[in-house]
Every structure is written in structure tokens, then in C-alpha cells.
Design a binder for this molecule. Structure first.
Ligand code: AMP
Length: 300
């Protein structure tokens, strides 16, 4: 049995928070299937706040009807055991109806109620391919920040576009929470840790290393360029050179170099740096796993 209290309702979280007014509360939203990447965020939160709340909630609103909502890995007991070594004060694990009191269906045309859109940064990259995704993320994050009212909320750089969406959301809706973005934790071979890695066999995981290897080659091309404004093509050529090694059946959904704060496409990379993002579809048996990763280009 875990010693971490599990709060199931909005009312319980509000009561918990009322007893901790004046304390610094860190909040780490996750969809569970916790791994070292999530724990990295939890450790940051416990180090910098008096209290830490971890969310475990697979948010249906960010899944399209054809996506893996039903098969997304869920294991509460294992997640609580993973959190046991950390100084977590509460886990919030609501049922879907608690977060969506009016109910929710996956077909967007049938959905009724209040939703949050962060225009301008949800139309590109992941947003272009998964139009429901950031509307789902922005809506649930708004609800959660409204319920938990944390001092700080923690997100991983691994989901670079999510970080940009949340930062804009918090700024534009005047939410009194600081958004903290933490670095991406990687497997020993360089693959970004993520819950869907559970779908991958070890041999395939090794092959997936090529995704990050490509990004590193782009970073090296940027770092070694003598130009103050490095053309994006220099970075992309280096990455494509590595991606030639990808198995033929894999598909790169997008590979983009964008402004780090707005995610607008850039033609050159200069003092502001850039985010290089990639999404790759990897066939696994009868189905496909989509892996995303990114790297920040910055002048040192
Ligand atoms: P998820 O459960 O996949 O929605 O992720 C919850 C949070 O953990 C998000 O802010 C992710 O960006 C973050 N996260 C997931 N994987 C990693 C990782 N490998 N390194 C750092 N943060 C991560």
C-alpha cells in the first residue's frame, strides 16, 4: 500500500489546497505509466516547493476517435510505487466525469460545452496532424490549474509544442501559476523516455536511436557553422543525412525548425536559437507508434 493520499474528486483537491494556503505548491500533470522522465519533473517540483501534487489522468479530450485512448498504458499501483521514493504529498486521479461533468465524446462534432483554444501555436507541427490534441491539452490544463491553483506547474521539454501552448494559455488567461519547463530525460541509448515506449521491443528501441542521432547531427551542424544566421537548410541537410539510415517503412510526419517561443517556421537560426522538432511513425506489428522528439539550438 502506498502512503501517498490519492484524491479522486475536485472537491477533495480544493479542500486539500485550502488547508495549504500560503504554501508553495508544485503540480506535475501526467497521464500515468510513469517513468524516469516524469520522475525528473516530480523531483524538480519537490526540490522547489513545499508541497507536490501529481496528476494521473488519461485525458480523453486530447485523443481522436482513431487514437489509442483505450489501449494507453494504465497501472495505478505501479505508478504509486514509482512515486514512493519521492516526497509527493498527493496524487490527483479523477474519473473522466469529474473533469468533464457534462460527459465527453471523442467525436469533436458531437462535443458540447466549454473548450480552450490557444490560437496561433496549435495549427503547426503536432497540431496540424492531430487537430484535437492541443484543444484537449489546453482545456484540461485550464481546468486543472483552476482546481489545484498551484504556485508552479511542471512540463517536459520533450513535448516542446505543449510547453509553448501552456505558456501562452497561462499568460493570456491571466492564470497565477509559473510554468516550469524541464529538460528531456533519455534512455541510455538517447531515445526520449515516454510512456508509449512500453509498446516497443528492445531491438526496435535501439533502431529508434536514429531519431535523436539525426537531431544531434543538426545541432552539430549549427554549432560548427561560422555564420551568425545559420540557414535552416544546413541543419536539415545534416539531419536528413542521418535519417537515410531509417528503415524504409518508417515515415517522418514532420521535421521542422521553428522559433522557440512561437513555433513559427524560421529560415535562419540566430541569436534567438530554434526548436528542431520531429515526429516519426514506427510500425510495430499490426499497428504504428508515433515518436516525437526535439532539440533546442542555442548559441553557447
Ligand atoms: P505524459 O504523461 O506523457 O502526458 O507526460 C507528462 C509530462 O511529463 C509532460 O509534461 C511531458 O512533457 C513530461 N515528460 C514525458 N516524458 C519525459 C521525458 N522523457 N523527459 C522529461 N519530461 C518528460
Amino acid at each position: 500500500m502506498s502512503r501517498i493520499p490519492v484524491l479522486r474528486t475536485v472537491q477533495q483537491v480544493r479542500a486539500w489546497r485550502r488547508q495549504r494556503l500560503g504554501e508553495l505548491v508544485g503540480f506535475v500533470p501526467t497521464m500515468g505509466a510513469l517513468h524516469a522522465g516524469h520522475c525528473h519533473l516530480v523531483a524538480k517540483s519537490t526540490a522547489h516547493n513545499d508541497r507536490t501534487v501529481v496528476l494521473i489522468f488519461v485525458n480523453p479530450l486530447q485523443f481522436a476517435p482513431h487514437e489509442d485512448l483505450d489501449t494507453y498504458p494504465r497501472n495505478m499501483d505501479r505508478d504509486l510505487a514509482t512515486l514512493a521514493p519521492y516526497n509527493v504529498d498527493a496524487v490527483f486521479a479523477p474519473k473522466v466525469l469529474e473533469m468533464y461533468p457534462g460527459g465527453i465524446v471523442l467525436d469533436r462534432d458531437q462535443q458540447r460545452g466549454a473548450f480552450v483554444l490557444v490560437q496561433g501555436c496549435l495549427e503547426t507541427l503536432e497540431g496540424a496532424l492531430r487537430p484535437q490534441f492541443f484543444r484537449g491539452v489546453a482545456t484540461v490544463v485550464t481546468k486543472l490549474l483552476n482546481v489545484v491553483t498551484p504556485t508552479r506547474v511542471y512540463f517536459g521539454q520533450k513535448d516542446a509544442q505543449q510547453c509553448v501552448v501552456v505558456k501562452n494559455l497561462v499568460r493570456d488567461l491571466l492564470i497565477d501559476t509559473e510554468v516550469c519547463v524541464e529538460s528531456t530525460l533519455r534512455e541510455p541509448n538517447g531515445l526520449a523516455m515516454l510512456s508509449r515506449n512500453e509498446y516497443l521491443l528492445p531491438a526496435l528501441k535501439d533502431q529508434c536511436l536514429v531519431i535523436y542521432e539525426g537531431l544531434r547531427a543538426g545541432e552539430a551542424a549549427f554549432a560548427s557553422s561560422p555564420l551568425a544566421e545559420v540557414p535552416v537548410l544546413v541543419v536539415l541537410d545534416a539531419i536528413h543525412g542521418v535519417y537515410l539510415k531509417m528503415p524504409l517503412l518508417w515515415a517522418v510526419d514532420y521535421l521542422a525548425v521553428s522559433h522557440p517561443d512561437t513555433l513559427a517556421d524560421v529560415e535562419t537560426v540566430g541569436a534567438d536559437g530554434a526548436t528542431v522538432s520531429v515526429a516519426v511513425k514506427v510500425p510495430v506489428g499490426e499497428s504504428t507508434v508515433r515518436l516525437i522528439d526535439n532539440i533546442q539550438l542555442k548559441r553557447v
